[in-house]
Structures are given as structure tokens and as C-alpha cells.
Design a protein around this ligand. Sequence first.
Ligand SMILES: [Zn+2]
Length: 54
Amino acid sequence: MTEVDKCVACSGPMEHKYVPMEKWGLKGFLCGKCYSKKISEHYPGTHGRVNLDK
Ligand SMILES: [Zn+2]
């Protein structure tokens, strides 16, 4: 097997696979970094260190 799972957002290798929420409209898995990023984008304020000036 040579198939390597890649993050759908950054195409980077994933140490751990994170399943994106359906509402994010992503097919595949996210790496931890992109997952946290998505979480903070979609749920600002719920994860402490969010820094969005909007
Ligand atoms: Zn990623």
C-alpha cells in the first residue's frame, strides 16, 4: 500500500486524521493544524486562543 492520506486543506501529511464537520463541506480528512483552524473559524470564542478581528 503506497496510498498516503493527505490533509484536504493543506495537502500535508497527517499524523492524526481529523474528520471535518459535514457543514464544512470538505471531503476527506484534516490534519490537526487545519482542524483547529477550521474550528476557530466556525466557532470563534469557543476555543480560547482565537484571534479574529471582524
Ligand atoms: Zn492541513
